[in-house]
Design a binder for this molecule. Structure first.
Ligand code: FAD
Ligand code: DHB
Length: 384
């Protein structure tokens, strides 16, 4: 079997890359180890930057996103008894974010690929990468796929990055001493906008998926399991962290999804080796506080699709050679913003009063200074 681009992973990065290549007349095969049902149900991100929405709409896969996605023109920062709105619409006229579940993006992309006759293999086993320097090929479940180029879009725990010989990649990493417990609940959102709450008990986030479904996150110890969190405990903790301002009551309902995510920042440099190009979480991950992971994955494959277009059209590898360099500036900006939001809003050490004062002082500054609020808004909505 032969294709131009062998893509490992049917997450947002791999699927969007396959679709963008198809629009340019370039063939690809996507190899995914999980089932279609599994990837379509996997609950993760929800915040799409302005540029991510533009990319999906321009690629012709944004119809349902435009219909069902929830445009947001601000977020709330809550700390102590203070709640302050960062008004994107005033600070950055014309720019906004859209709340639309990652698994909905994944469903839309799978539907578009299959409708166009795209080749996605689900539940493949033992994917392995070979001859990356020259004539790359993939093997899986007893089959062989020859490719001109391989795109490693298989997430942080995939096989692509470890296939690069030792000593080629430099990795940068920061682990955080906490995790996020994320839930979905059948209850209307308790506020119109996202609420990022800093409390002495830890961070909490109020988000949503639809007028009927709310999404919440709680900062939890890193070794916690979802089983340690019965529903009553989750609601009690969310109330303790979010009902801190007069007049705000958290509506509760049936919790139908629960998951714990470790928090880590990670970057590999470069994001390529020979004919292998890494994109999305395979190359970098951010703590989710800045809502950047999915958006970075989309930005990477936008660059990669253009570089591959030039390569197959003209034979020139100039853009491909510059792929990492083109991506890493945005990647590091997102790392910094995600680290900054995480540091600002989470409890690091329960005894650290000095650290707490610094957080509150900086939140006061964002509240008082239009310049500081604009910096936050610009990064959150996404740089062009
Ligand atoms: P993935 O989505 O991880 O996809 C990789 C795919 O590769 C998977 O389908 C996997 O099954 C497959 N795979 C792995 N190994 C193999 C193998 N050996 N063979 C074949 N296939 C393989 N980002 C945001 O932008 N905004 C947010 O609001 C946000 N919130 C988040 C909240 C949570 C709780 C979490 C966990 C993440 C959040 N993120 C957010 C991050 C975002 O979900 C990820 O950055 C995004 O999924 C990256 O997409 P990807 O395609 O690179 O990787
Ligand atoms: C969501 C996830 C995030 O990481 C974030 O910062 C905001 C919202 C969400 O899933 O809705």
């Amino acid at each position: 079997m032969r294709t131009q681009v062998g893509i490992i992973g049917a997450g947002p990065a791999g699927l969007l890359l396959s679709h963008l290549l198809h629009l340019r007349g370039i063939s690809s095969v996507v190899l995914e180890k999980r089932s279609r049902d599994h990837v379509e149900r996997r609950v993760r991100a929800g915040v799409l930057e302005h540029g991510t929405v533009d990319t999906l709409v321009q690629a012709g896969v944004g119809a349902r996103l435009l219909r069902e996605g929830l445009p947001h023109h601000g977020i709330e920062l809550r700390y102590g008894a203070e709640s302050h709105r960062i008004a994107f619409d005033e600070l950055l006229p014309g720019r906004s974010i859209t709340v639309y579940g990652q698994q909905e993006v994944v469903k839309d992309l799978i539907a578009a690929r299959l409708a166009a006759g795209g080749d996605i293999r689900f539940e493949v086993t033992d994917v392995a990468l070979h001859a990356l320097e020259d004539r790359p090929y993939l093997t899986f479940g007893g089959e062989r796929l020859d490719c001109d180029v391989i795109a490693g879009c298989d997430g942080f725990h995939g096989v692509s990055r470890p296939a690069v010989p030792d000593g080629v990649l430099t990795t940068y990493e920061r682990a955080y001493p906490f995790a996020w417990l994320g839930i979905l609940a059948r209850v209307p959102p308790s506020a119109e906008e996202l609420i990022y709450a800093r409390t002495d008990r830890g961070f909490a986030l109020h988000s949503m998926r639809s007028p009927e479904v709310s999404r919440f996150y709680l900062q939890v110890p890193p070794d916690t399991s979802a089983d340690d969190w019965p529903d009553e405990r989750i609601w009690a903790e969310l109330k303790a962290r979010l009902e801190t301002v007069p007049g705000f009551t958290l509506a509760t309902g049936e919790i139908f999804d629960k998951g714990v995510t470790p928090m880590r920042g990670f970057v590999t440099e470069p994001m390529q080796y020979g004919r292998l190009y890494l994109a999305g979480d395979a190359a970098h991950i951010v703590p989710p506080t800045g809502a950047k992971g999915l958006n970075l994955a989309v930005a990477d494959v936008r660059v990669l699709a253009e570089a591959l277009d030039a390569f197959f059209a003209t034979g020139s590898a100039d853009l491909l050679d510059g792929y990492s360099r083109a991506c890493l500036k945005r990647v590091w900006r997102a790392q910094h913003f995600s680290w900054w939001m995480t540091t600002l809003l989470h409890t690091f050490d329960t005894d650290d009063d000095y650290g707490r004062r610094l957080q509150v002082s900086h939140l006061d500054y964002i509240t008082a200074s239009e310049a500081a609020a604009t910096t936050l808004a610009e990064n959150y909505v996404g740089l062009p």
